[in-house]
Design a binder for this molecule. Structure first.
Ligand code: HEC
Ligand code: HEC
Length: 235
């Protein structure tokens, strides 16, 4: 691999996430493992870094993943294998034609969305498996009354469009950015938010895919979502 210069020190990998705006429109080729890349590879930098490296050989992708661990990537051995498999296949030297990837898509939409598994894959890196977050960096979801705002439409909107701007949760100020997860399907987002509310929240609301679709139809920036939170009385 080409030699590269590291121009900044990443103490814990959160510096870029905290200050950066997320390029919401960067999409990965569809395929098994794509969601894991969205979950693991956007916490420090946006996906442009990953897309720019398209064409690497499997061994080179493995080396990239190893160096991301040095920077602070957290992923299990199994997850590393899934990441390497996806990256080598879909961003490797010989990616499958897009049409083939498309015809595989309905199968993944047809699988019943499992809220807990999706939460572990997409959210737990920041908010913790137990939903307790990380003090002053990532707000807790456990016992967070904001989950019930706007009958659950608020958490759905945060997941779809991300959020950026200072917020206060349980007496602590958080001022970072959450990336949008609009690459997930309506059914997947409905399953995640239902899981989060039932497990961590007070509200037992079940979120339906059509509720997610309604929110998806109204595009919003992470800053807009922050203003929406304020309009609901959030400080
Ligand atoms: C803990 C923070 C962190 C995470 C998580 C992370 N990266 Fe990085 N990544 C970095 C840093 C820091 C750089 C170096 C930036 C520079 O040199 O300007 C980088 C650079 C890159 C580059 C450019 C080439 C290189 O090796 O420098 C690629 C490709 C890349 N990352 C891919 C990924 C992939 C794929 C994932 C998910 C498996 C990922 N990154 C997750 C911190 C991270
Ligand atoms: C890269 C880290 C990261 C990931 C991954 C992440 N979040 Fe967040 N989340 C944040 C940050 C940071 C904030 C606070 C944003 C702000 O300060 O405006 C936040 C805020 C929230 C809020 C609003 C909390 C409140 O009190 O207003 C909800 C709800 C939420 N996240 C749910 C989720 C769910 C569900 C997932 C998985 C689909 C997820 N988050 C994934 C970092 C993350």
């Amino acid at each position: 691999m080409a030699e590269r210069t590291i121009v900044f020190a990443v103490a814990c990998g959160l510096a870029l996430a905290a200050s950066g705006t997320f390029a919401a429109d960067l999409k990965l080729p569809e395929g098994p493992g794509a969601n894991l890349v969205y979950a693991k590879c956007r916490t420090c930098h946006d996906l442009q870094y990953v897309l720019d490296a398209k064409g690497l050989l499997p061994a080179q992708w493995k080396a990239v993943i190893a160096s991301m661990h040095d920077y602070g990537l957290t992923a299990s051995k199994e997850e590393d294998a899934e990441l390497a498999q996806y990256l080598s296949t879909y961003l490797g030297p010989n990616p499958p034609p897009v049409a083939a990837a498309k015809s595989a898509a309905p199968a993944s939409n047809a699988t019943v969305a499992d809220g807990r598994a999706l939460y572990m894959q997409n959210c737990s890196t920041c908010h913790g498996a137990d939903g307790r977050g990380q003090i002053r960096t990532f707000p807790p979801l456990a016992d967070n009354p904001d989950l019930a705002r706007d009958d659950g439409a608020f958490p759905v909107t945060v997941v779809l469009h991300g959020m950026e701007g200072p917020i206060h949760v349980a007496g602590t100020t958080y001022d970072a950015a959450m990336p949008p997860f609009d690459h997930l399907s309506d059914a997947e987002i409905a399953a995640i938010v239902t899981y989060v509310q039932k497990t961590f929240g007070h509200a037992g609301t079940t979120i339906t895919p059509s509720m997610v679709a309604t929110r998806r139809a109204k595009p919003a920036s992470p800053q807009d979502v922050h203003a929406y939170r304020a309009s609901l009385g959030g400080t």
